[in-house]
Ligand binder design. Structure first.
Ligand SMILES: C[S@@+](CC[C@H](N)C(=O)[O-])C[C@H]1O[C@@H](n2cnc3c(N)ncnc32)[C@H](O)[C@@H]1O
Length: 163
């Protein structure tokens, strides 16, 4: 019984402490994942960075289209699930368990996020400071304040960060 209570506490803690640093876990719907990949329009071999990769759903969809994908996930349980689900794409997908705000991001041509309105300005600043060359951001549901999306489809917004 005590083990069940402990497991429950670990699960509760893993899902709730993330709220201090970002959005809670809610998976993107499959049609929106497809739209995001369509809008970001990367070529096979290019890298998509996912900030808060949840259970790895977007990473898998990206790898299936021939992309390289790197996902950051703060919740260790979700990071483990994402890692386990993407193991078959060894070499193409990397899952990093950690806080994407404090990490040095790898070179990438596209970024996917499904965060929360209160983090979008901070995200914009971090992308600009990261000096990524012509990176494209696809954000499900939430707009970047002060920027006009290049395209918008089914609730997915595309932003071009041209040099
Ligand atoms: C709304 S969910 C989206 C999950 C996934 N991207 C998807 O679209 O299906 C946001 C995810 O970001 C993670 N997250 C929030 N803040 C984070 C941070 N600072 N660093 C890494 N992951 C974070 C949460 O744990 C959660 O899994």
């Amino acid at each position: 019984m005590i083990w069940l209570a402990l497991i429950g506490l670990v699960v509760l803690f893993s899902f709730s402490f993330v709220l201090l640093f970002g959005a809670p876990y809610v998976p993107t719907l499959t049609p929106q994942v497809e739209v995001a990949l369509e809008l970001v329009n990367l070529k096979p071999g290019e890298t998509l960075l996912e900030l808060g990769c949840g259970d790895g759903k977007v990473l898998i969809a990206a790898a299936q289209t021939g992309l390289h994908a790197v996902g950051y996930e703060l919740n260790p349980l979700l990071a483990f699930v994402a890692w386990a689900r993407t193991r078959r794409f060894k070499g193409a997908v990397r899952v990093v368990c950690g806080n994407f705000w404090t990490k040095q991001w790898p070179e990438a041509s596209g970024i996917f996020t499904f965060l929360h309105p209160r983090f979008m300005k901070k995200l914009d600043k971090k992308i600009v400071q990261s000096n990524m060359q012509n990176v494209k951001l696809v954000s499900f549901a939430f707009a970047v304040p002060g920027r006009t999306p290049t395209r918008e489809k089914k609730g997915v917004l595309l932003y071009d960060y041209a040099d």
